[in-house]
Design a protein around this ligand. Structure first.
Ligand SMILES: Cc1ncc(COP(=O)(O)O)c(C=O)c1O
Length: 340
């Protein structure tokens, strides 16, 4: 049992079984295999649109590659100050774009709002040689504070960005959790709302290592450039069929949303339990599988005594993450330990 991150969870057996089934006979290399083709077809159904994609094995690679085909090196990416691309990727987006600038913006619960975006667009014009013009707006859904951007907010922000000629990227490392929480259509939360590129993560949702960069129709012509960068970056896996196999099993019969809904339900249980512990308050709304709680020292000590590790976040709160395998009794164990 661990609440440190959803990446502490093992891979879901159905995904491992799919890899084992894929482990037979010869297959075309570098993403030209039959399973990859089936996943693309399935994603086209799920998102109700034509699309292109490449697979990677880390969210950082997905984000950096996605941004590299959206943002020229002399331009900028607007993002939240807490964004993974800004705080947690060791400059990979800057590196892969060839020097693009990340402009971090403020916003409650790691979410950008229309006023902040409007001010940033005004502050960073696209016709002044001395400043760096924004070319991309990047939104994380779930955000780094575990909150979700709903369809309306994505549409508003993406609409503003597009009106200024910016492309819109969504870091969907926990897109399934956002979607399961919002209970909305994947198309409505992405391309119909103005998202051009989605980094779709399966790793946190039950895969061993499977991520995808999805290009929606507005930018499908960047596929060639994306593949070149995927290759140059060393992310064009020769035996890509195994990554594709994980995706196929993850998406099969709605498994991705079921697993995410389970993790979300466990987070809701955890949030409710912790909120009932004296001195504990929640730092952010819980829209997915992450709970951020302000824990008094006594509670921190009790958790430590019980051998339960917690991760202190940049805002001083403690991040607790549930996953596809978290059991109700694990949650209750933590809450009881916190209660003392
Ligand atoms: C919001 C977000 N984006 C992307 C990632 C992907 O990171 P990694 O390169 O570790 O797969 C993470 C992982 O923690 C994340 O939380």
């Amino acid at each position: 049992m661990s609440f440190l991150s959803d990446t502490t969870a093992p891979a879901h057996p159905a995904l491992l079984d799919a890899m084992a089934r894929a482990n037979a006979g010869a297959e075309a290399s570098y993403g030209n295999d039959a399973i990859s083709a089936r996943v693309k077809a399935r994603l086209r159904e799920i998102f109700s649109t034509d699309l292109e994609l490449v697979f990677t094995v880390s969210g950082t690679a997905s984000n950096a590659l996605a941004l590299s085909v959206l943002c020229p090196g002399d331009s900028a990416v607007l993002c939240h100050d807490e964004a993974h691309i800004h705080r947690d990727e060791r400059g990979a987006p800057e590196f892969f774009t060839g020097g693009a600038k990340l402009i971090p913006l403020k916003g409650d619960h790691a979410r950008l709002d229309a006023e902040t975006l409007a001010a940033a667009l005004e502050e960073w014009p696209d016709d002044f040689v001395h400043t760096t013009p924004p070319a991309v707006l990047s939104l994380s859904n779930l955000t780094e504070s575990g909150t979700a951007y709903d369809v309306e907010r994505v549409s508003t922000l993406a609409g503003m960005a597009r009106a200024r000629g910016l492309a819109v990227h969504m870091d969907g490392a926990r897109f399934a959790n956002a979607l399961a929480g919002l209970k909305c259509d994947p198309a409505d939360l992405t391309w119909r709302a103005g998202v051009d590129v989605l980094s779709l993560g399966a790793t946190k949702g039950g895969a061993l290592a499977a991520e995808a960069v999805i290009l929606f129709p507005s930018v499908m012509d960047r596929l060639g450039a994306l593949k070149v960068r995927q290759k140059r970056a060393g992310h064009m896996l020769p035996k890509m069929r195994y990554v594709a196999a994980q995706f196929e099993a993850w998406l099969e019969n709605g498994r991705w949303l079921e697993l995410a809904a389970h993790a979300n339900a466990m987070a809701a249980r955890l949030a409710k339990g912790l909120a009932g512990v004296e001195g504990v308050t929640l730092a952010h709304p819980v829209d997915g599988n992450e709970v951020f709680a302000n824990l008094p020292q006594t509670v921190q000590d009790r958790l430590e005594a019980a051998g339960i590790g917690v991760y202190q976040w940049t805002d001083g709160s403690f991040r607790l993450v549930t996953n596809w395998q978290t059991r109700a009794e694990d949650v209750d164990h933590l809450v009881n330990a916190a209660r003392g």
